[in-house]
Design a protein around this ligand. Structure first.
Ligand code: PEP
Ligand code: MN
Length: 327
């Protein structure tokens, strides 16, 4: 935001007041009128409050690059439920990959009994190695849908290709865009055109602004709403699989007022730390969690080390979301 001062204003005093409000301020030298640049994301202060500061003449805010996202409510329909500020914490759980009809049926029954609302599971898997399990494709979509429907759960699953968007939308309530595809704009367009809510995972090297703009693509091309999912970004330290950016979660929740959830499974890559970071995510402003779980993590076809066992997931759900097990 450009804050222009009256010619007689005491620029140092105005600057001090802005800083006292928590704003990041830069002096603009060389302009015809004394002026300051204020980073809009640095604190929440209404334009009127800035104008009320003694010495401030005008405040100009550049037009937002993501007006549709800015106008999105903080609580949105998300498959069978609502997700965001004011709604109970949403839990999405399931295996990394849908491996067989029996596997997903057992997991659906187990997670439904805990009060989880949506079942996850990959049918089309974005694997770093071409030799790793790639998913069972359309067959897995059917197994996932049937298992979810049998237990009144919604379905969240990833779309990897524009050519599959229609197919996946015929099985899923929420369409997931994976981290590796956050800026695959052809995919965003095709998925958005299906008219389903989108779960938009943050690209592992994406800035918050790029993430918001990817959300803007989704709304611009027809998605009714977008829920953002922080899943860890690339850090310099491989001690955990990724670096869970809870600052970005707080920024989305409390400054941008967006529906945002956290996937601690892919952020950490190890099951033992997931409960601690799940609590932290909720405290930071996450409106829900996406958790990977498996009945026998040692035999999982993908991401076994980060899969919560049944008892671990049950403890976590009880603790974090205060859900009671269904009778
Ligand atoms: C997933 O959720 O199955 C997945 C592949 O996650 P990400 O895109 O965050 O790596
Ligand atoms: Mn996974």
């Amino acid at each position: 935001m450009l804050v222009t001062l009256r010619p007689e204003a005491n620029r140092a005093a105005v600057e001090r007041e802005l800083v006292a409000h928590g704003l990041w301020v830069t002096r603009l030298e060389g302009s015809s009128r004394p002026a300051l640049w204020v980073e809009p994301q640095s604190a929440q202060l209404a334009r009127e409050d800035l104008l009320a500061i003694d010495g401030v003449e005008s405040v100009a805010a550049p037009a937002s690059a993501h007006p549709r996202i800015d106008a999105q409510p903080a609580c949105v329909p998300f498959g069978p439920i609502r997700l965001g500020t004011g709604a109970p914490a949403v839990l999405i759980a399931g295996p990394c990959s849908v491996e067989s009809p029996e596997q997903i049926r057992r997991i659906a029954e187990r997670v439904a009994g805990l009060g989880v609302q949506l079942l996850r599971g990959g049918a089309f898997k974005p694997r770093t190695s071409p030799y790793a399990f790639q998913g069972h494709g359309e067959a897995a979509l059917g197994w996932l849908r049937d298992a979810a429907t049998a237990h009144a759960l919604g379905v969240v699953t990833e779309v990897m290709s524009p050519a599959d968007a229609r197919l996946v939308a015929s099985y899923a309530d929420v369409l997931q865009i994976g981290s590796r595809n956050m800026q695959n704009f052809a995919l965003l367009r095709a998925v958005a055109a299906e008219g389903r809510p989108i779960l938009l995972k943050r690209g592992m090297s994406a800035s918050v602004e790029e993430w918001l703009l990817a959300g803007e693509y989704c709304l611009h091309h027809g998605a009714p709403n977008v829920v953002f999912c922080e899943r860890g970004i690339r850090g310099f330290d491989p001690s955990t699989r990724n670096l869970l950016d809870l600052g970005a979660v707080a920024l989305l929740a409390h400054v941008h007022h967006q529906p945002v959830i956290v996937d601690p499974s892919h952020a950490l890559g190890r099951r033992d730390l997931i409960p601690a970071l799940s609590r932290a995510a909720i405290a930071a402003g996450a409106a829900g969690l996406m958790l990977e779980t498996h009945d026998d993590p040692g035999s999982a076809l993908s991401d076994g080390p980060q899969a919560l066992t049944g008892p671990m997931l049950a403890d976590l759900v009880r603790e974090v979301a205060g859900h009671e097990e269904a009778p």
